[in-house]
Write a new protein. Structure first.
Length: 421
């Protein structure tokens, strides 16, 4: 008999495309900063405020998105979030002042970004995969990194060729006309909607799923009193501070301060995104085979070491000049940080689904990603303030290293999971 592809892999592909498209558009914000400054005759502080509002709205939406997913399912939440982003992006064509951008992009589109995020993706993967769940979570998370790799330079190219207004029309139309119907028509929240079972599901698993079909209501206060939740939440907050906050926002300005050429800086950013995809996929693969808590301890520790390279670039590069240049150190940082950048998502989410399988997983994951986005907002804002005061990024790098060491220790202290190998 001919073997057919399990529908779980179709769902995974659709979740990957959804995150690539929606989060790729979100991460393209930096490409529009200079054009918007010129268009609206404003300064970087005003445009940066739009980004801060966006991070805040994105983060605050996560627990509510989790509740909506538990109530209405991934299919509706994910597809209509993409539609909201698409239509809002198109409407950006008509704005004529920064405050309109704050409403359209900072608030409305950011609600859509929150709905088309790792929360929805993680829930649908947890529903569809019993075996290879970590690997599937890694591939799904790589969608965001792929969006960074593909849509950010593509947006820069479109802006240069056609201007920012036509670029938002093209991006918005792509989400509205192509991605929205694709997700709405073909993705399904759970295997029961297709009359099938999850990938790798066996009879005893089915019985347990039926037994736990009515999940306990999530008490947030009760959650905050549990060691597993706190020791996942706090490191994930640090994850947001050090990735989306510090490095994704400030790596390019840091490279400019150090005097690196635009070509070298662009190469470093591309390498970071490319190795981010690789690291995320490998992390998901290993999450099915190794202890996820030990993986997280290693990943946060390795990230601390990689950020230390940036301090070396500024202060101790002469020590390495006999065999490695400052430029090469920047590329080494991009590769090493890229490998551990989004790699924490798969083991974090996998542990959450194992620790809290008796609860509504959408709400639990929503709170975890809220902490991550709050970290991202703070992590993007404080280094800018410190730079204005000190003229450098040293303090930001040092406190990030300290926070990452703490996150590594907390991860190591997480309780073991019986089915973790």
């Amino acid at each position: 008999m001919k073997r057919s592809i399990h529908y779980a892999w179709i769902v995974l592909l659709l979740a990957f495309i959804a995150l690539l498209s929606a989060q790729g558009v979100r991460l393209s914000f930096g490409a529009f900063i200079t054009p918007w400054e010129d268009e609206f005759h404003t300064n970087r502080g005003v445009i940066s405020l739009i980004a801060f509002i966006s991070y805040a709205v994105f983060g605050l939406s996560q627990p509510y998105i989790g509740k909506l997913i538990d109530q209405y399912g991934v299919r509706k939440v994910l597809s209509f979030s993409i539609l909201l982003i698409g239509l809002t992006t198109i409407c950006t064509f008509f704005v004529n002042s920064p405050w309109q951008l704050m409403v359209l992009y900072g608030v409305i589109a950011s609600v859509g970004f929150g709905g088309a995020s790792n929360v929805a993706g993680s829930v649908v993967i947890a529903n569809w995969f019993v075996e290879k769940r970590g690997f599937a979570l890694g591939l799904m998370s790589a969608g965001t990194a792929a969006g960074q790799l593909l849509l950010v330079p593509f947006s820069l190219f479109l802006i240069e060729q056609f201007g920012w207004k036509h670029t938002v029309l093209l991006l918005g139309s792509f989400l509205t006309i192509i991605v929205f119907p694709l997700i709405f028509l073909f993705i399904r929240t759970s295997p029961s909607e297709k009359g099938t079972t999850a990938y790798g599901e066996v009879e005893n698993t089915k019985l347990e799923i039926k037994k736990n079909k009515s999940k306990e209501r999530v008490s947030i206060l009760k959650l905050f009193k549990t060691k597993p939740f706190l020791f996942l939440l706090l490191p994930f907050f640090v994850c947001g501070v050090t990735t989306s906050g510090l490095i994704d926002t400030h790596l390019i300005p840091f490279a400019q301060v150090c005097g690196f050429s635009p070509t070298l800086t662009g190469t470093a950013v591309s390498l970071l995104a490319a190795f981010n995809i690789l690291g995320t996929i490998v992390s998901g693969h290993l999450a099915d085979r190794l202890s996820c808590k030990n993986m997280l301890a290693f990943l946060y520790g390795a990230r601390a070491i990689s950020i230390a390279i940036l301090l070396i670039i500024v202060h101790e590069t002469s020590f390495f000049n006999f065999f490695i240049s400052q430029s090469h150190l920047l590329l080494i940082f991009a590769i090493s940080f890229g490998i551990v950048d989004f790699a924490t998502v798969a083991p974090t989410v996998k542990l959450a689904t194992e620790y809290f399988k008796h609860l509504s997983v959408g709400v639990v994951i929503g709170w975890l990603f809220l902490s991550h986005q709050i970290g991202s907002a703070i992590g993007s804002y404080i280094p800018g303030l410190l730079y204005d005061v000190t003229g450098g990024y040293d303090i930001s790098f040092i406190y990030s290293i300290i926070l990452l060491i703490g996150a590594s220790v907390l991860s190591f202290l997480l309780p073991a999971v019986a089915n973790n190998k």
